[in-house]
Design a protein around this ligand. Structure first.
Ligand code: FES
Ligand code: MG
Length: 576
């Protein structure tokens, strides 16, 4: 491969010329104590760091960025850290999904506007992975992704606790009067006990595995626990590698292909992925100009078994165990019959080359293909009059009796009324009811919050009911479980048929037939549609207003239309 010359680098346009503007750039770098030896002839590497004081998943990034810088200096680059929107899943309301595209836009513009030649992207908490990658793909500079890594296993009274899943499990126990407030506080203190992302197979672990399988991380990077010394060394390795990627001009456009995204879908299925993977992968692939669709997910789910025995699909192991069992390279090696091995990665080698020596060290955590956790994949895409553009369900996480189910609808128009109703002992509900929450989609939520795992009504919980069929245009957390039909498109807020369902209507969900059907006639649907009144838009100003003008539906990845690659010609390089 021919190496680029220094003069061909973007940053050289800022720093190399003998003119007044470059004098300004150089003198201002010297203002920070750097000497020409620090930058002359070196690629400038941006580090997009999504650290913040209120993002516990990224709390180690403040130190870790120094390790990235160390690697960049070692390899002859010049690092500059650029803080980017942190998007802490727990704290940002109404939902981080409202801001994923804002981070993507920020990442793209940070890279475009600064004197940089390549980037290390530091993220991990749910939306930060797709946000950073979407922006960096659009910016087009060589980049490498450094996942935050999962936190350690939770521990309480000697029991292992998993992010999300166990919070809901013990909350149900508390609602059923089985654990005390003191015990509950013990759970609070034990469930998240180190830096790092949720350590179940939630959205974070799913998305970082996807980043690795499309080729945008170093091999194994997505599985290393955040506080493991191997993570520190991985940070430095990313810094070293990005410098060479700049000299080789190894851009996302050269790495990413339709095959890389299909690989990621297959990996997601084998991992028992978060349903959020669907939306983010579609959005990322469209940025890269190699679109995947809901049908690609469904096709993969029919072929690829779930082999990662990690909660919530499995009931014992967590990401820490997955790492000790060999991590993602070992999983990919196991399922390589479903991967296209000749896709390029940030290493400059193919996926197949990267994983050729990977080994599984625990066959119960990473199962063999003939002893899977579930013979079919993690997701099914359903269509029918209730979701003409599709919706998704995670069959591996729901009680089998709901895979084919007909029942009466119990409809809620908003989250507060649903929340109040489920605690009402007089609520007219049976375990066969199908709970519906609408106005919770991209526009209606707004931002498609993770409300899709509607709580089981308290009176049924007391009777021992732990799963019910639920339908919404919302998303659900990757650590959620249950018979939840999600991402109904088009959403009710824009007049999707979900808006026309009434309490008592019969609905059929048939997962083997991939069908979801509201059992009323087309005439009745048309009559109801004629009487439907479109709700007001949610925002009158600001980012939310812009979001509501331009947000795409779930089946198209919920990007802002004007950020999609096909929207217009690429922006010009800034003049200096
Ligand atoms: Fe950050 Fe789950 S809250 S990954
Ligand atoms: Mg989450």
């Amino acid at each position: 491969m021919t190496k680029r010359s220094y003069d061909s680098l973007r940053s050289a346009r800022w720093f190399a010329p003998d003119d007044l503007r470059s004098f300004g750039h150089r003198s201002r770098i010297m203002q920070m104590g750097y000497a020409p030896e620090d930058w002359e002839g070196r690629p400038v590497i941006a580090i997009l760091n999504t650290w913040s004081d209120i993002n516990p998943c990224h709390s180690h990034f403040r130190q870790r960025v120094e390790d990235v810088k160390r690697g960049i200096f070692q390899a002859g680059g010049f690092p500059i850290e650029l803080p980017a929107l942190s998007l802490s899943e727990n704290f940002v309301k109404p939902t981080t999904m409202l801001y994923r595209n804002m981070l993507a836009m920020e990442a793209e513009e940070l890279l475009r506007s600064h004197p940089v030649d390549g980037a290390v992207l530091m993220g991990g908490c749910d939306k930060t992975t797709p946000g950073l990658l979407m922006g960096a793909i659009s910016a087009g500079l060589p980049c490498i992704y450094l996942p935050a890594g999962p936190m350690l296993r939770g521990n309480w009274q000697g029991k292992t606790l998993g992010s999300g899943s166990d919070a809901w499990k013990y909350w149900d126990e508390r609602r059923a009067g089985k654990i005390s407030k003191t015990e509950w506080i013990g759970v609070e203190g034990g469930i998240a006990r180190s830096a790092g992302t949720c350590m179940t197979m939630g959205t974070a672990s799913t998305m970082t595995a996807i980043a690795e399988s499309i080729g945008m991380t170093l091999p194994g990077a997505s599985s290393i626990p955040a506080v493991d010394a191997n993570h520190i060394r991985m940070a430095a390795a990313c810094g070293r590698r990005i410098v060479d990627m700049v000299w080789d001009d190894l851009t996302p456009a050269r790495i990413l292909s339709k095959a890389s995204f299909l690989n990621a879908i297959a990996v997601a299925m084998a991992m028992g992925c978060s349903t959020n993977a669907v939306i983010h992968l579609i959005a990322m692939s469209r940025r890269a100009g190699c679109d995947v669709t809901l049908d690609d997910f469904d096709a993969a789910s029919r072929k690829v078994p779930v082999i990662a025995n990690v909660r919530p699909s499995g009931d014992t192991y967590l990401m820490e165990d997955f790492y000790y069992a060999g991590g993602l390279p070992a999983l990919m090696k196991r399922m390589s019959e479903h991967l296209q091995g000749d896709t390029l990665t940030v290493t400059g080698h193919t996926l197949a080359e990267n994983i050729k020596d990977a080994e599984v060290y625990n066959d119960d955590v990473i199962r063999s293909m003939d002893n899977p956790l579930y013979p079919e994949g993690a997701l099914a895409v359903l269509r029918g009059n209730l979701a003409p553009s599709g919706c998704v369900i995670k069959p591996s996480a729901c009680a089998p009796r709901f895979l084919r189910h007909t029942g009466p609808a119990l409809v809620f128009d908003d989250y507060p009324s649903m929340k109040a109703a489920v605690d009402d002992d007089n609520l007219d509900v049976t375990p066969d009811h199908i709970m519906i929450l609408r106005n919770a989609g991209p526009l209606g939520g707004p931002g498609m919050p993770e409300w899709g795992m509607l709580p089981i009504p308290t009176k049924l919980v007391r009777q021992g009911v732990r799963d019910m069929l639920r339908i919404s245009d919302a998303r659900m957390s990757g650590t959620s479980y249950g018979a939840c039909v999600l991402h109904v498109a088009p959403e009710s807020y824009v007049g999707g048929n979900l808006a026309l369902v009434r309490t008592g209507d019969m609905i059929t969900v048939d997962v083997p037939a991939r069908r979801i059907h509201l059992e009323i006639s087309d005439e009745e649907l048309a009559t109801r549609r004629a009487g439907w009144v479109a709700p007001e838009r949610r925002f009158e100003r600001g980012y939310g207003w812009m979001f509501s003008q331009h947000i795409l539906q779930a089946d198209a990845g919920c990007d802002l239309d004007f950020l999609e690659t096909q929207f217009g010609a690429p922006n010009n390089e800034p003049s200096i």
